[in-house]
Design a protein around this ligand. Structure first.
Ligand code: BGC
Length: 465
């Protein structure tokens, strides 16, 4: 960062506390090598049980071809909000009406029965508000947690992530839990049939592939972080379905768990370790915790807190203010602060005011912004290393990567940082494009449901009962 000679020693001291965020290209290449190994371990039948990256086959065998039609319900559960959507697909045209409902923290940390009862309540409200009583619509359920799928509409939760910890759901089939909750509502006028469960990364890819045949990878950079891609069945050791054409299946990598076995310890900083220790799932989702929106603000906060304790920042900050409390520095602040482009630091000052830091100087603002840029660039580069690994694996001359998630959408530099880094890391000659995907969770789930219904119709017509 810019400095003057008389300030050098202060900046040198600051550097000593944050240099762990700056990783060399060689280090990112080592991360890619490790990720590739871990992904292969996840794919192989004989090593999957030991692998952190589970590489779940999704039972989605083909991308949409644009001929899909129909009216569907979709559910989207994956963060603090839950959405119910009505999606009407008419070939390339998609019309979406949706309603968002909050999931209170007591439900995120309560029992599975409470969670699914809440979901069922929201569905009933939506159906009532949209005059859909007595209409039987197929439903696509975007459930954005690691699941072992046993079929398109059968998915057992393997573990919770992103702040959820509802008792009695791990290892259970979430479609069954939803159907049971709907039965408990005891209403005959509302009938739902889940025809597909999809992960948000899968929905994102499906949604973008509807308009772009070159789409090969789905990426989520939001509260959590994950990617999916199409893999040949011959490489999927755990595949238990049929081998009919097309001999491929979408893999939900669940790469957020990369590093859970300690293989990323060589790049973790003291702030990463502290964040993990105080998280709801210590030792889990190590790669995700260095990247995604649920954690980025807290990493920045921990670094700022450390600098302040060392007397290098905010000389007279009140120890009671939000800066010194876990979870009170949000990732959206990082995006806001990095949107400051001049010496007035308007956004940075607004954030500091909001979290109760007083008497800050312009130099403090400069340091705060610097820390934000370091943490977000590392996140962008680590996710680039992940993407470059998959791009190299697919080895296609040209491809589109469908991306969604609040971090990617709202951070001012993420897209550009990623594009530059991936260019540096992919094998020579491979071209790619990062494309924002719209409403993957809603449209994507409905598209998977549409394809499932089309296949079902074909089967039923082939073998009449
Ligand atoms: C979950 C994934 C999800 C990702 C993004 C992770 O915590 O394990 O299933 O795709 O977050 O929402």
């Amino acid at each position: 960062m810019p400095t003057t000679p008389e300030k050098l020693s202060k900046y040198e001291k600051i550097e000593a506390f944050v240099r762990g965020f700056k990783l060399s290209s060689l280090t990112y290449k080592r991360v890619m090598h490790l990720l590739n190994e871990e992904m292969n371990n996840g794919l192989r039948a004989n090593s999957n049980h030991l692998a952190d990256i589970k590489m779940f086959p999704t039972f989605v065998r083909a991308l949409p071809d644009g001929s899909e039609k129909g009216k569907f319900l979709a559910l989207d559960l994956g963060g603090t909000n839950f959405r119910v959507l009505m999606v009407v697909i008419n070939e390339r045209d998609v019309d979406i009406q949706s309603q968002t409902y909050l999931i209170p923290q007591r439900i995120m940390l309560g029992t599975g029965v409470q969670l699914f009862d809440h979901i069922a309540d929201c569905i009933c409200r939506f159906i009532r508000d949209h005059d859909l009583k007595n209409v039987r619509l197929p439903l696509g359920f975007t459930f954005s947690f690691p699941c072992k799928q046993e079929g398109l509409a059968k998915a057992r939760l393997s573990k919770w992530t992103k702040g959820f910890r509802c008792e009695g759901v791990v290892n259970e089939d979430i479609c069954y839990l939803l159907h049971e909750a709907m039965k408990r509502k005891n209403t005959t006028s509302v009938e739902v049939e889940v025809v597909a469960v999809v992960n948000d990364a899968v929905g994102t890819l499906m949604s973008a592939a509807h308009n772009d045949r070159n789409c090969e990878i789905g990426l989520i950079l939001g509260t959590g972080c994950n990617a999916c891609y199409m893999e040949s069945l011959e490489n999927v050791g755990l595949w238990e379905g049929d081998y009919e054409h097309p001999a491929q299946v979408l893999i939900n990598t669940e790469w957020g768990a990369f590093g859970d076995n300690g293989c990323l310890d060589f790049i973790r900083t003291e702030y990463d370790r502290e964040l993990d220790t105080y998280s709801i799932n210590p030792g889990k989702q190590i790669y995700e915790k260095m990247i995604s929106g649920m954690y980025m603000g807290e990493i920045v906060r921990l670094a700022l807190e450390r600098l302040s304790m060392e007397g290098l920042l905010f000389e007279s900050a009140d120890r009671d203010c939000e800066l010194f409390h876990r979870g009170r520095f949000f990732t959206k602040y990082v995006s806001e602060i990095e949107s400051d482009h001049d010496e007035f630091f308007r956004n940075t000052k607004q954030v500091l005011d909001e979290i109760g830091v007083t008497n800050y100087t312009s130099e403090d603002c400069k340091i705060v912004k610097y820390i934000c840029t370091l943490v977000s660039a590392r996140a962008a580069f680590l996710s680039s290393a992940g993407l470059a690994t998959v791009i190299n694996k697919l080895n296609k001359p040209e491809m589109t990567i469908a991306v969604d998630g609040s971090l990617y959408r709202f951070h001012p530099r993420f897209h550009n940082l990623m594009t530059l880094k991936i260019q540096e890391l992919v094998n020579h000659g491979l071209k790619f494009k990062l494309q924002l995907s719209h409403d993957g969770s809603g449209k994507g789930a409905a598209l998977v449901a549409a394809v499932a219904m089309r296949l079902r119709d074909i089967k039923e017509n082939q073998c009449p009962a």
